[in-house]
Design a protein around this ligand. Sequence first.
Ligand SMILES: *Cc1c(COP(=O)(O)O)cnc(C)c1O
Length: 414
Amino acid sequence: MNAFSYSGQALFCEGVALAEIAARVGTPSYVYSSATILANFRAYDESFGDMPHTICYAVKANGNLAVLRLLAEAGAGFDIVSGGELFRVLQAGGAPSKVVFSGVGKTAAEIDDALAAGIFNFNCESEPELALIDALAHRRGTRARVALRVNPDVETDTHDYISTGKLAHKFGVDIAAAEGIYERARKHENLLIEGVSCHIGSLLLDPEPLMEAVDRVLALIDRLRALGSDIRHADLGGGLGVAYKPEETTPSIAEFVKCLRQRLTGRDLHVVLEPGRSIVAGAGVLLTKTLYRKNTGHKDFVIVDAAMNDLIRPALYNAYHEILPVRQNNSRRIRADVVGPVCETGDFLAHDREMADVMPGDVLAISTAGAYGFVQSSTYNARRRPAEVMVDGDLWRVVRERESYEDLIRGETI
Ligand SMILES: *Cc1c(COP(=O)(O)O)cnc(C)c1O
């Protein structure tokens, strides 16, 4: 679904004109469509039908409490990668019994907090980590459910920074070494080694590498079961991409799950998925106001009040985001760089973009900004992080206030 569309000249999110939010809350501000988030989650959940499954939303894509609450109420579990994300999930009312803890560098304190909360499963990435979880579970007099994150060594066609499934990457253990590790791990009396997990990268537009990884993981599960391991769940990670450019295509969530189901039917496995981007990316825009137009004699620039500190994806991954005027004032087009106020040449939102002819004061919507947007924001250049707004039908509310100058210096002393 696309909750962002024009009605007459005005761009709406569901039933709310984005110009109204910009006028009332100011810019830059993130705006999220609750209907889109729910529709995407339900597309995953319902496509599995009666196959046992848990959709663990990857909190790192967008951890706003209102987003987490919405998903928790819809029945989602959560994939966390830090103690801070566990804290967020618990604050939002998420069920600990549906939390999986991923990540290559879990600290003892984070593991202990997760044991105390009673999470479902740890996705372990090394033998020393297995030993640490075992020791901490022993101290608490409990048993921890774990899965080994295996690295299936498949090529993915995505940005190098977000590809994770090759042996050259820091993630998981080599799938070829996994059987030995499962055998050795049996000596840990405080572990329930009941799962296998993998996650090969993010923004995968072609599901083929993921299906190849799934086949390798399923073959491993067959071998482990033959050796006597009681493997009950397969966590197949996240990673389904979304179209950032109008001409890009991705499989729908329903088609993607259908491919997975074909492989998983009859295997007596509880499936876990960890989608992040595909649930929230298309549900969000970043609203920003045009400050100046400028021509250097070489190029046209549209200078806006959002910057790389608010949305770093263009600077970090050379990512493309559609930029739409919140009011279509005329049909003239320009070609320009859209840049923010931060003192870095890398501070851009678009390069050489054909776009609407905007004037100072005009508000723009940077599209598909609901994932890896606010969560990667910073206060660089002593800029306050933007507000976040949740839309629900004709209603909207601020779900995170714009930071204040006082917020910027909190905890500092002279
Ligand atoms: C980042 C991450 C995800 C989510 O990836 P998306 O591309 O946002 O779906 C899932 N699992 C793990 C382990 C991750 O690191």
